[in-house]
Ligand binder design. Structure first.
Ligand SMILES: [Zn+2]
Length: 247
Protein backbone atom coordinates (compact mmCIF):
# COMPACT_ATOMS: atom_id res chain seq x y z
CA UNK A 1 0.00 0.00 0.00
CA UNK A 2 1.48 3.30 -1.07
CA UNK A 3 1.13 6.01 1.57
CA UNK A 4 2.04 9.69 1.57
CA UNK A 5 2.00 12.59 4.03
CA UNK A 6 0.41 15.97 3.56
CA UNK A 7 -0.10 19.27 5.34
CA UNK A 8 -3.50 20.71 4.49
CA UNK A 9 -6.41 22.95 5.27
CA UNK A 10 -9.85 21.27 5.27
CA UNK A 11 -11.82 23.09 2.56
CA UNK A 12 -15.05 21.11 2.77
CA UNK A 13 -16.55 17.89 4.14
CA UNK A 14 -19.55 15.80 3.09
CA UNK A 15 -21.09 12.86 4.93
CA UNK A 16 -21.55 9.52 3.21
CA UNK A 17 -22.68 6.16 4.54
CA UNK A 18 -23.31 5.73 8.26
CA UNK A 19 -20.09 7.07 9.65
CA UNK A 20 -17.87 8.33 6.79
CA UNK A 21 -16.95 11.63 5.24
CA UNK A 22 -15.40 12.65 1.99
CA UNK A 23 -13.11 15.58 2.76
CA UNK A 24 -11.80 18.16 0.34
CA UNK A 25 -8.31 19.22 1.35
CA UNK A 26 -6.12 22.01 0.05
CA UNK A 27 -2.67 20.53 0.53
CA UNK A 28 0.69 22.26 0.46
CA UNK A 29 2.19 19.41 -1.57
CA UNK A 30 -0.46 18.53 -4.20
CA UNK A 31 -3.02 21.32 -4.29
CA UNK A 32 -6.66 20.35 -3.89
CA UNK A 33 -7.53 16.70 -3.35
CA UNK A 34 -10.48 14.67 -2.11
CA UNK A 35 -10.08 11.77 0.29
CA UNK A 36 -12.36 9.34 2.08
CA UNK A 37 -12.27 9.36 5.88
CA UNK A 38 -13.86 6.08 6.89
CA UNK A 39 -15.54 5.84 10.28
CA UNK A 40 -14.62 9.41 11.20
CA UNK A 41 -18.13 10.31 12.37
CA UNK A 42 -17.86 7.79 15.20
CA UNK A 43 -16.81 9.54 18.39
CA UNK A 44 -14.08 6.98 19.10
CA UNK A 45 -12.47 7.42 15.70
CA UNK A 46 -8.89 8.73 16.10
CA UNK A 47 -9.37 11.01 13.07
CA UNK A 48 -12.80 12.44 13.95
CA UNK A 49 -11.44 15.68 15.45
CA UNK A 50 -9.21 16.47 12.48
CA UNK A 51 -11.86 15.98 9.79
CA UNK A 52 -13.67 19.26 10.40
CA UNK A 53 -13.88 22.19 8.00
CA UNK A 54 -11.36 25.03 8.63
CA UNK A 55 -8.86 22.78 10.43
CA UNK A 56 -5.16 22.97 9.60
CA UNK A 57 -3.97 19.37 9.70
CA UNK A 58 -1.18 16.98 8.88
CA UNK A 59 -2.23 13.56 7.65
CA UNK A 60 -1.13 10.27 6.18
CA UNK A 61 -3.09 9.02 3.20
CA UNK A 62 -3.05 5.82 1.19
CA UNK A 63 -3.29 6.05 -2.57
CA UNK A 64 -6.47 4.60 -4.09
CA UNK A 65 -7.32 3.79 -7.69
CA UNK A 66 -10.14 6.35 -7.61
CA UNK A 67 -9.97 8.19 -4.29
CA UNK A 68 -7.30 8.33 -1.59
CA UNK A 69 -8.03 7.33 2.01
CA UNK A 70 -7.10 9.13 5.23
CA UNK A 71 -5.11 6.77 7.50
CA UNK A 72 -3.98 9.11 10.27
CA UNK A 73 -4.56 12.79 10.92
CA UNK A 74 -3.37 15.32 13.48
CA UNK A 75 -4.72 18.79 14.11
CA UNK A 76 -2.02 21.46 13.79
CA UNK A 77 -4.40 24.38 14.40
CA UNK A 78 -8.14 24.64 14.86
CA UNK A 79 -10.39 27.67 15.10
CA UNK A 80 -13.34 27.16 17.39
CA UNK A 81 -14.79 30.62 16.78
CA UNK A 82 -15.28 29.84 13.08
CA UNK A 83 -17.86 27.16 13.82
CA UNK A 84 -19.49 28.80 16.87
CA UNK A 85 -20.00 32.38 15.70
CA UNK A 86 -22.53 32.57 12.86
CA UNK A 87 -21.01 35.59 11.15
CA UNK A 88 -17.50 34.10 11.23
CA UNK A 89 -18.85 30.78 9.94
CA UNK A 90 -20.75 32.51 7.12
CA UNK A 91 -17.79 34.55 5.84
CA UNK A 92 -15.18 31.82 6.29
CA UNK A 93 -17.55 29.52 4.33
CA UNK A 94 -17.81 32.15 1.58
CA UNK A 95 -14.02 32.39 1.17
CA UNK A 96 -13.53 28.62 1.30
CA UNK A 97 -16.35 27.96 -1.15
CA UNK A 98 -14.87 30.46 -3.64
CA UNK A 99 -11.48 28.71 -3.46
CA UNK A 100 -13.09 25.26 -3.69
CA UNK A 101 -15.30 26.14 -6.67
CA UNK A 102 -12.56 27.95 -8.56
CA UNK A 103 -9.77 25.36 -8.27
CA UNK A 104 -9.31 22.03 -10.02
CA UNK A 105 -8.05 18.87 -8.29
CA UNK A 106 -4.23 18.59 -8.21
CA UNK A 107 -3.76 22.15 -9.42
CA UNK A 108 -0.91 22.92 -7.06
CA UNK A 109 -0.39 26.41 -5.64
CA UNK A 110 1.65 26.98 -2.48
CA UNK A 111 0.36 30.56 -2.59
CA UNK A 112 -3.26 29.37 -2.24
CA UNK A 113 -2.34 26.99 0.58
CA UNK A 114 -0.61 29.76 2.58
CA UNK A 115 -3.41 32.21 1.82
CA UNK A 116 -5.99 29.79 3.31
CA UNK A 117 -3.77 28.96 6.27
CA UNK A 118 -2.94 32.60 7.06
CA UNK A 119 -6.52 33.79 6.70
CA UNK A 120 -7.87 31.37 9.33
CA UNK A 121 -6.62 33.08 12.51
CA UNK A 122 -7.62 36.48 11.10
CA UNK A 123 -11.17 35.32 10.20
CA UNK A 124 -11.41 33.75 13.64
CA UNK A 125 -10.24 36.75 15.67
CA UNK A 126 -10.73 39.91 13.60
CA UNK A 127 -13.52 41.23 11.35
CA UNK A 128 -14.49 38.07 9.40
CA UNK A 129 -16.14 39.93 6.53
CA UNK A 130 -13.03 42.02 5.86
CA UNK A 131 -10.75 39.00 6.18
CA UNK A 132 -12.87 36.83 3.85
CA UNK A 133 -13.08 39.55 1.21
CA UNK A 134 -9.33 40.16 1.35
CA UNK A 135 -8.76 36.41 1.06
CA UNK A 136 -11.10 36.11 -1.92
CA UNK A 137 -9.59 39.18 -3.63
CA UNK A 138 -6.03 37.90 -3.23
CA UNK A 139 -7.01 34.39 -4.30
CA UNK A 140 -8.62 35.71 -7.51
CA UNK A 141 -5.36 37.48 -8.39
CA UNK A 142 -3.66 34.09 -8.75
CA UNK A 143 -6.65 32.25 -10.25
CA UNK A 144 -6.46 33.46 -13.85
CA UNK A 145 -9.76 35.30 -13.36
CA UNK A 146 -8.28 38.38 -11.75
CA UNK A 147 -10.08 41.68 -11.97
CA UNK A 148 -8.34 44.73 -13.28
CA UNK A 149 -8.86 47.18 -10.41
CA UNK A 150 -6.41 49.95 -11.29
CA UNK A 151 -6.24 50.20 -15.09
CA UNK A 152 -8.95 50.53 -17.71
CA UNK A 153 -9.71 47.12 -19.26
CA UNK A 154 -10.37 48.77 -22.63
CA UNK A 155 -7.56 51.31 -23.14
CA UNK A 156 -5.09 50.49 -20.34
CA UNK A 157 -5.12 54.00 -18.82
CA UNK A 158 -4.47 54.20 -15.10
CA UNK A 159 -7.73 54.92 -13.26
CA UNK A 160 -7.73 58.15 -11.27
CA UNK A 161 -10.90 59.32 -9.54
CA UNK A 162 -14.37 57.97 -10.20
CA UNK A 163 -14.81 55.50 -13.08
CA UNK A 164 -16.88 52.51 -14.12
CA UNK A 165 -16.44 48.77 -13.54
CA UNK A 166 -17.62 45.87 -15.68
CA UNK A 167 -18.29 42.22 -14.83
CA UNK A 168 -18.13 40.97 -18.41
CA UNK A 169 -14.88 42.82 -19.19
CA UNK A 170 -13.39 41.95 -15.78
CA UNK A 171 -12.56 45.28 -14.22
CA UNK A 172 -12.28 49.03 -14.25
CA UNK A 173 -13.33 51.21 -17.19
CA UNK A 174 -12.09 54.80 -17.51
CA UNK A 175 -14.51 57.68 -18.11
CA UNK A 176 -13.45 57.90 -21.80
CA UNK A 177 -14.43 54.27 -22.38
CA UNK A 178 -17.60 53.86 -20.28
CA UNK A 179 -19.88 54.41 -23.28
CA UNK A 180 -18.25 51.52 -25.15
CA UNK A 181 -18.64 48.89 -22.44
CA UNK A 182 -22.07 47.28 -22.01
CA UNK A 183 -22.50 46.48 -18.34
CA UNK A 184 -20.66 49.36 -16.73
CA UNK A 185 -21.64 50.29 -13.20
CA UNK A 186 -20.27 53.07 -10.98
CA UNK A 187 -16.77 52.52 -9.60
CA UNK A 188 -16.11 55.31 -7.11
CA UNK A 189 -12.56 56.29 -6.25
CA UNK A 190 -13.06 55.05 -2.66
CA UNK A 191 -14.05 51.56 -3.85
CA UNK A 192 -10.92 51.29 -6.03
CA UNK A 193 -8.76 52.29 -3.05
CA UNK A 194 -10.54 49.63 -0.94
CA UNK A 195 -9.72 46.92 -3.51
CA UNK A 196 -6.11 48.13 -3.80
CA UNK A 197 -5.67 47.99 0.00
CA UNK A 198 -7.15 44.49 0.06
CA UNK A 199 -4.75 43.26 -2.60
CA UNK A 200 -1.71 44.63 -0.77
CA UNK A 201 -2.83 43.42 2.67
CA UNK A 202 -0.14 41.52 4.55
CA UNK A 203 -1.63 38.71 6.72
CA UNK A 204 1.31 38.86 9.12
CA UNK A 205 0.59 42.51 9.84
CA UNK A 206 -3.05 42.50 10.85
CA UNK A 207 -3.13 46.13 11.92
CA UNK A 208 -4.61 47.52 8.72
CA UNK A 209 -8.11 46.12 8.77
CA UNK A 210 -10.00 49.39 8.92
CA UNK A 211 -12.38 49.85 6.04
CA UNK A 212 -15.46 52.06 5.78
CA UNK A 213 -18.59 49.91 5.93
CA UNK A 214 -20.10 51.56 2.84
CA UNK A 215 -17.06 50.63 0.74
CA UNK A 216 -16.92 47.19 2.30
CA UNK A 217 -20.57 46.52 1.39
CA UNK A 218 -19.95 47.76 -2.16
CA UNK A 219 -16.82 45.58 -2.46
CA UNK A 220 -18.71 42.53 -1.16
CA UNK A 221 -21.63 43.06 -3.53
CA UNK A 222 -19.45 43.54 -6.59
CA UNK A 223 -17.10 40.71 -5.75
CA UNK A 224 -19.84 38.15 -5.13
CA UNK A 225 -21.56 39.16 -8.39
CA UNK A 226 -18.27 38.75 -10.26
CA UNK A 227 -17.51 35.29 -8.82
CA UNK A 228 -21.07 34.10 -9.55
CA UNK A 229 -20.82 35.51 -13.07
CA UNK A 230 -17.57 33.52 -13.64
CA UNK A 231 -19.04 30.35 -12.10
CA UNK A 232 -22.40 30.75 -13.82
CA UNK A 233 -24.22 29.77 -10.64
CA UNK A 234 -24.93 31.00 -7.13
CA UNK A 235 -22.59 30.38 -4.20
CA UNK A 236 -24.28 28.37 -1.42
CA UNK A 237 -22.66 30.47 1.29
CA UNK A 238 -24.21 33.65 -0.15
CA UNK A 239 -27.70 32.27 0.55
CA UNK A 240 -26.48 31.44 4.05
CA UNK A 241 -25.14 34.96 4.58
CA UNK A 242 -28.45 36.47 3.37
CA UNK A 243 -30.68 34.17 5.42
CA UNK A 244 -28.86 34.27 8.72
CA UNK A 245 -27.33 37.71 8.72
CA UNK A 246 -30.28 39.40 6.96
CA UNK A 247 -28.13 41.29 4.50
ZN1 LIG B 1 -10.30 53.49 -21.03
Amino acid sequence: METFRIEAVVLDTKNFGDANKVVTLYTKEYGKLEANAYGCRRSRSPISGAMQMFNHISAELSRGAQVDTIREADILNFYDALTKDLERLAYASLFFEIVNRMTLPHEKSAETFYLLKNSLPVMSERNPKVAALIGACQFMETSGEQLNFSRCVRCGEEILGDAGISLTDGGAVCMNCVDYVGDCRPYPDALRKTFELMLSFDWKDGTRLNFKSKQLDAAEKFFIEYVQYILGSELKSVQFIREFLSI
